[in-house]
Design a protein around this ligand. Structure first.
Ligand code: ZN
Length: 179
Protein backbone atom coordinates (compact mmCIF):
# COMPACT_ATOMS: atom_id res chain seq x y z
CA UNK A 1 0.00 0.00 0.00
CA UNK A 2 1.30 3.42 -0.91
CA UNK A 3 0.62 6.21 1.51
CA UNK A 4 1.46 9.75 0.63
CA UNK A 5 0.98 11.87 3.69
CA UNK A 6 0.11 15.47 2.79
CA UNK A 7 2.56 16.54 5.51
CA UNK A 8 5.50 15.15 3.52
CA UNK A 9 7.22 15.67 0.20
CA UNK A 10 5.80 13.38 -2.51
CA UNK A 11 9.16 12.57 -4.05
CA UNK A 12 10.89 11.32 -0.90
CA UNK A 13 10.68 11.38 2.87
CA UNK A 14 13.07 14.31 2.81
CA UNK A 15 14.63 16.67 0.28
CA UNK A 16 17.95 18.20 1.35
CA UNK A 17 19.73 20.87 -0.73
CA UNK A 18 23.31 20.02 -1.72
CA UNK A 19 24.68 23.17 -0.05
CA UNK A 20 23.17 22.17 3.30
CA UNK A 21 24.62 18.67 2.94
CA UNK A 22 28.03 20.25 2.23
CA UNK A 23 27.66 22.52 5.26
CA UNK A 24 26.90 19.55 7.56
CA UNK A 25 30.00 17.73 6.28
CA UNK A 26 32.07 20.91 6.85
CA UNK A 27 30.66 21.14 10.39
CA UNK A 28 31.59 17.48 11.03
CA UNK A 29 35.15 18.08 9.78
CA UNK A 30 35.58 21.22 11.90
CA UNK A 31 34.58 19.42 15.11
CA UNK A 32 36.44 16.13 14.48
CA UNK A 33 37.58 14.18 16.49
CA UNK A 34 34.53 15.32 18.47
CA UNK A 35 31.03 14.82 17.16
CA UNK A 36 29.14 17.79 15.78
CA UNK A 37 25.37 18.12 16.06
CA UNK A 38 22.58 20.26 14.70
CA UNK A 39 19.08 20.55 13.32
CA UNK A 40 17.54 20.82 9.86
CA UNK A 41 14.22 22.60 9.41
CA UNK A 42 11.85 23.11 6.53
CA UNK A 43 8.34 22.49 5.32
CA UNK A 44 6.65 19.24 4.28
CA UNK A 45 9.91 17.28 4.24
CA UNK A 46 11.75 19.89 2.19
CA UNK A 47 14.75 21.17 4.16
CA UNK A 48 15.57 24.85 3.78
CA UNK A 49 17.49 25.75 6.92
CA UNK A 50 20.33 24.29 8.98
CA UNK A 51 21.15 25.15 12.59
CA UNK A 52 24.53 24.25 14.05
CA UNK A 53 24.09 23.40 17.73
CA UNK A 54 27.05 23.41 20.13
CA UNK A 55 27.99 19.95 21.32
CA UNK A 56 28.80 20.63 24.96
CA UNK A 57 30.62 17.30 25.24
CA UNK A 58 33.09 18.54 22.62
CA UNK A 59 34.03 21.68 24.54
CA UNK A 60 37.25 21.73 26.53
CA UNK A 61 38.08 24.29 29.16
CA UNK A 62 35.93 25.75 31.91
CA UNK A 63 35.74 29.20 30.26
CA UNK A 64 33.64 27.69 27.49
CA UNK A 65 31.34 26.04 29.95
CA UNK A 66 30.45 29.04 32.11
CA UNK A 67 27.08 29.54 30.47
CA UNK A 68 25.97 25.94 30.91
CA UNK A 69 24.10 24.27 33.68
CA UNK A 70 26.70 23.76 36.48
CA UNK A 71 25.41 20.31 37.43
CA UNK A 72 25.72 19.10 33.84
CA UNK A 73 29.23 20.56 33.52
CA UNK A 74 30.33 18.93 36.79
CA UNK A 75 28.97 15.63 35.51
CA UNK A 76 30.80 15.91 32.17
CA UNK A 77 34.07 16.87 33.85
CA UNK A 78 34.00 13.77 36.00
CA UNK A 79 33.83 11.51 32.95
CA UNK A 80 36.84 9.87 31.35
CA UNK A 81 37.51 10.69 27.66
CA UNK A 82 36.16 7.23 26.78
CA UNK A 83 32.96 7.87 28.69
CA UNK A 84 32.60 11.30 27.11
CA UNK A 85 32.99 9.67 23.70
CA UNK A 86 30.32 7.16 24.64
CA UNK A 87 27.87 9.95 25.49
CA UNK A 88 28.96 11.46 22.17
CA UNK A 89 26.90 14.61 22.06
CA UNK A 90 24.77 16.77 24.27
CA UNK A 91 23.07 19.71 22.57
CA UNK A 92 23.57 23.10 24.12
CA UNK A 93 20.10 24.13 25.30
CA UNK A 94 20.65 27.84 24.57
CA UNK A 95 21.46 27.06 20.93
CA UNK A 96 18.58 24.60 20.77
CA UNK A 97 16.08 27.13 22.14
CA UNK A 98 17.33 29.83 19.75
CA UNK A 99 16.92 27.44 16.79
CA UNK A 100 13.43 26.45 17.93
CA UNK A 101 12.42 30.10 18.23
CA UNK A 102 13.81 30.92 14.78
CA UNK A 103 11.92 27.97 13.24
CA UNK A 104 8.69 29.22 14.76
CA UNK A 105 9.32 32.78 13.54
CA UNK A 106 10.00 31.53 10.00
CA UNK A 107 7.09 29.08 9.96
CA UNK A 108 9.41 26.08 9.61
CA UNK A 109 9.13 22.63 11.19
CA UNK A 110 11.92 20.53 12.60
CA UNK A 111 12.77 17.82 10.04
CA UNK A 112 16.10 16.27 11.02
CA UNK A 113 18.51 15.97 13.94
CA UNK A 114 22.04 15.42 12.60
CA UNK A 115 25.32 14.43 14.19
CA UNK A 116 28.67 13.11 13.06
CA UNK A 117 30.57 9.88 13.65
CA UNK A 118 34.25 10.78 13.19
CA UNK A 119 35.46 7.16 13.42
CA UNK A 120 32.34 5.05 13.00
CA UNK A 121 29.91 4.16 10.21
CA UNK A 122 26.89 6.32 9.32
CA UNK A 123 24.41 4.34 11.35
CA UNK A 124 22.92 4.98 14.78
CA UNK A 125 24.90 3.60 17.74
CA UNK A 126 23.17 1.75 20.57
CA UNK A 127 23.33 5.02 22.54
CA UNK A 128 21.85 6.97 19.59
CA UNK A 129 18.92 4.54 19.39
CA UNK A 130 18.35 4.73 23.14
CA UNK A 131 18.37 8.56 23.13
CA UNK A 132 16.08 8.74 20.08
CA UNK A 133 13.69 6.30 21.74
CA UNK A 134 13.67 8.32 24.97
CA UNK A 135 13.02 11.49 22.94
CA UNK A 136 9.94 10.08 21.21
CA UNK A 137 7.94 11.12 24.26
CA UNK A 138 9.69 14.49 24.58
CA UNK A 139 9.13 15.95 21.07
CA UNK A 140 5.34 16.35 21.41
CA UNK A 141 5.79 17.89 24.87
CA UNK A 142 8.03 20.61 23.43
CA UNK A 143 5.73 21.06 20.40
CA UNK A 144 8.13 19.66 17.83
CA UNK A 145 7.49 16.88 15.29
CA UNK A 146 9.52 13.68 15.65
CA UNK A 147 12.54 14.22 13.38
CA UNK A 148 14.56 11.88 11.19
CA UNK A 149 18.15 11.24 12.30
CA UNK A 150 20.98 11.99 9.89
CA UNK A 151 24.50 10.66 10.43
CA UNK A 152 27.66 12.03 8.81
CA UNK A 153 30.48 9.47 8.95
CA UNK A 154 34.07 10.64 8.45
CA UNK A 155 35.42 7.10 8.86
CA UNK A 156 36.63 6.96 5.25
CA UNK A 157 38.15 9.58 2.95
CA UNK A 158 34.77 10.14 1.32
CA UNK A 159 32.16 11.25 3.89
CA UNK A 160 29.15 8.95 4.15
CA UNK A 161 25.74 10.44 4.96
CA UNK A 162 22.68 8.37 5.83
CA UNK A 163 19.30 9.21 7.33
CA UNK A 164 17.00 7.08 9.45
CA UNK A 165 13.69 7.00 11.24
CA UNK A 166 13.98 5.64 14.76
CA UNK A 167 10.66 4.52 16.20
CA UNK A 168 10.04 2.31 19.24
CA UNK A 169 13.69 1.24 19.15
CA UNK A 170 13.46 0.23 15.47
CA UNK A 171 15.76 1.83 12.90
CA UNK A 172 14.53 2.32 9.31
CA UNK A 173 16.33 3.98 6.41
CA UNK A 174 14.72 7.25 5.36
CA UNK A 175 14.29 8.02 1.68
CA UNK A 176 16.28 11.20 1.01
CA UNK A 177 16.80 13.17 -2.18
CA UNK A 178 19.74 15.59 -2.32
CA UNK A 179 19.35 18.32 -4.89
ZN1 ZN B 1 25.97 8.70 17.14
Amino acid sequence: MTTLSPARSNVADLVIPQYILNDMIAHARELAPHECCGLLAGTKGVVTRMYRIKNIVALDGAQNLSSFDPAKVAHLERLSPAERAEIAFVMDMQDFSAAKKDMRNQGLDLQVVYHSHPHDPARPSVTDIKIATDYEEIWPKINLPTPAYLLVSLMHEEPDVKTYWIKAGRVMKADVVVQ
